[in-house]
Design a protein around this ligand. Structure first.
Ligand code: 6R9
Length: 650
């Protein structure tokens, strides 16, 4: 970005107060902000006491060697014990931990007592396969209960897991197995996706053949597909796990013992193995799940739709909810299989009360039409959440109206793989929400927006989002590369963690995320965020989704190019493009008027649903489209390019 800070274009006047009943019974009140402000470390020490420690920590934070933090360093605990056993010991063994819903419609209910037996057996099996404390285990699985069991079994043994998203290629899997030097890979024959069994084992066979470290491959039978078998190396889960003793003594681990590595792709170079450890990570994911979702474990049914292969699945399917003794839904498949109302059918079936998903999914539902959720009884829902990208104000309003019956609060939660847990979000019983804004740092979290010289911007200004104090669930390093950890996150602004996101503060001081700074556009001397132009487009009744990029332009440095997906029922009529351009100019000012707008059927997205603007920039600048290997659907770019001749609308 240039010295001129990010322009602040979008104005949002709508406000929604917390429902009175929720506010009156909220887990966390405004007092938490005061407590944390008065004594930040004391506040986190109190949250750590929500967990069961084998040895209580006496020191909260050691920051003597920044940016290498040690939280609760003399404490000891077992993460799996905290997520499973302690609930059974408290008499809650019969409570449902997981309502599993398979894509083909099979279902399974697992209580905390059953989960304890399954995790114990799996831990015994891994021990038999030679897994010891400190050994790394790769997990390449569909969204089935055994995936959660496998992660907890690793945590129980102190064997850091590296979950690799089941949609990744053999190549990506091999790189990750190699970087973490994993000893065992846990996988399945396959999983169900879009109505068909989709194989996983062949990719494991391919990846394992290229690395030296793997001694065993433990295979869950899910689909019954034929699998190639390497005798001595491959073992069936049902043969090895099922015959194990149902008890296993969990050993306490030091608070800073590694819990997992999770790879993020990054824009260039090899993937970064983000390392999370035990005590601080569990403290923050457990607290944030309790505070942000106002979880009442006796009555709520929680559902986070993320894949466990992403950090959202780690923190808000496995460790946050289970540490709080929650009952939750685990769904294997896609939202539109076998029909576009599948998610709402699942909400109705299990009486889901808290629902957490991504803007990309909300916008897909907008595109499919309002009548689809209307066919289901969604009255159990009392709280909605969003994560993964900025949520456009209109998508937020649609979510509230069509899913939340115009009354549920929405928590827009900003965080990253690197932050481990939620950092910026409304508190549902406290915050008056604004569509499109993540609003305020949680109690105990220090975040702000700075300019190029690291000076805090005033209210109404824009710049870079930074975190100014260490937090319990922060990444500890990049696996095997301390230098890259320092360079990537701590060198741009001295002593501050730079998250890579652009942001602004509105006149009330609330934070609005404006997308990755690499995507910010420079138009006639103004820095303009792609997010704001996209939100203006989505506020037009005919637009469900938009992606905006800056393309090199001789007159204005960059010109704004927009790709839009129309809502169900809207047609691409003459004059539509002109109508949309004027609409943006009216909402944000003439400077933000797109030069070109191209209606398309799909947008290029990563497998976690984030729009890949880099590829759209290639299209807009008439270049050969770059690397598409991380796209969820690589044919999307061909479809977009096929439409190109009509793109010019100068
Ligand atoms: C949890 C997760 C992190 C990046 C982050 C930002 C974007 C996530 C957001 C959001 C605006 C939100 N992001 N939540 N942007 N508002 N509520 O998504 O982790 O996959 O590591 O991505 O996602 O750009 O920097 P991860």
């Amino acid at each position: 970005m240039s010295n001129e800070s990010l322009a602040n274009l979008l104005k949002e006047e709508r406000r929604f107060a917390p429902p009175a009943e929720l506010a009156a019974n909220a887990n966390v009140t405004a007092a938490a902000y005061e407590q944390a402000k008065a004594d930040r470390l004391g506040f986190w020490a109190a949250q750590a006491r929500r967990l069961s420690w084998a040895k209580e920590p006496t020191e909260t934070l050691d920051w003597s060697n920044p940016p290498f933090a040690k939280w609760f360093k003399d404490g000891e605990l077992n993460v799996a014990y905290n997520c499973v056993d302690r609930h059974v010991e408290a008499g809650l063994g019969d409570r449902t931990a997981i309502h599993f819903e398979g894509e083909p419609g099979d279902s399974r209910t697992i209580t905390y007592a059953e989960l304890q037996r399954e995790v114990s057996k799996a831990a015994n099996a891994l021990t038999e396969l030679g897994v010891e404390k400190g050994d790394r285990v790769a997990i390449y699985m569909p969204m089935i209960p055994e995936t959660v069991v496998a992660m907890l079994a690793c945590a129980r043994l102190g064997a850091p897991h590296s979950v690799v998203f089941g949609g990744f290629s053999a190549d990506a899997l091999a790189t990750r197995i190699e970087d973490a030097d994993a000893r065992v890979v846990i996988t399945s024959d396959g999983g169900y996706r879009r109505g068909k069994p989709s194989a996983l084992k062949p990719a494991v066979d391919d990846a394992v053949a290229r690395v030296d470290s793997v001694r065993h491959v433990l295979v869950v039978r899910r689909t019954g597909q034929d699998v190639a078998w390497t005798e001595g190396r491959d073992v069936w889960w049902h043969e090895v796990v099922d015959r194990q003793p149902e008890t296993h003594e969990a050993q306490p681990m030091a608070a800073e013992h590694p819990l997992f590595i999770l790879y993020t792709s990054g824009t260039t170079g090899k993937p970064k193995g983000i390392l999370h450890t035990s005590g601080g990570y569990l403290t923050q994911v457990s607290y944030t799940h309790h505070a942000v979702f106002d979880l009442k474990p006796e009555t709520d049914v929680f559902w986070c739709t993320a894949d466990v292969g992403w950090v959202t699945g780690h923190s808000y399917i496995v460790y946050g909810p289970l540490s709080n003794g929650a009952t939750q839904v685990l769904y294997e498949g896609t939202p539109d299989t076998p029909h576009q109302g599948r998610w709402w059918e699942v909400v109705q079936k299990y009486g889901v009360t808290i629902f957490y998903t991504a803007p990309t999914a909300i916008r897909a539902c907008m595109k499919w039409g309002d009548d689809i959720p209307a066919k289901f009884d969604l009255s159990s829902l009392r709280l909605l959440g969003s994560v993964g990208e900025p949520i456009n104000p209109e998508a937020w309003m649609w979510y509230r109206k069509h899913i939340g019956a115009d009354k549920t609060p929405i928590v827009d939660t900003w965080w990253q793989t690197e932050t481990g847990g939620i950092m910026i979000s409304p508190l549902p019983g406290v915050t008056e929400t604004k569509p499109g804004s993540a609003q305020v740092p949680l109690p105990g979290i220090s975040a702000t927006v700075v300019d190029d010289e690291a000076n805090e911007v005033p209210d109404g200004g824009g710049g870079y989002l930074v975190l100014t104090e260490p937090w319990p669930s922060m990444l500890r390093t990049i696996w095997g590369d301390d230098q890259r950890y320092q360079d990537t996150y701590w060198s741009r602004f001295q002593d501050k963690y730079f998250a890579g996101d652009g942001a602004k503060k509105d006149d009330d001081g609330d934070i609005w995320l404006l997308g990755r700074v690499d995507d910010v556009m420079l138009v006639s001397g103004h820095n303009i965020s792609t997010t704001e132009v996209e939100s203006a487009l989505v506020s037009h009744p005919k637009v469900a989704e938009a992606a905006v990029v800056g393309a090199t332009d001789p007159q204005t440095t960059q010109a704004i190019c927009a790709f839009v997906i129309l809502r169900g029922g809207a047609e691409e009529v003459d004059g539509l493009v002109e109508e949309l351009r004027s609409h943006v100019a009216k909402a944000l000012g003439p400077i933000a008027k797109p030069k070109r707008i191209l209606p398309v059927a799909e947008l290029p997205k990563t497998r976690s649903g984030k729009i890949m603007r880099r590829l759209l920039r290639d299209v807009a600048e008439n270049r050969q489209v770059g690397d598409v290997t991380t796209l969820a659907d690589s044919t999307v770019m061909d479809l977009i390019q096929a439409k190109l001749p009509s793109a010019s609308e100068d």
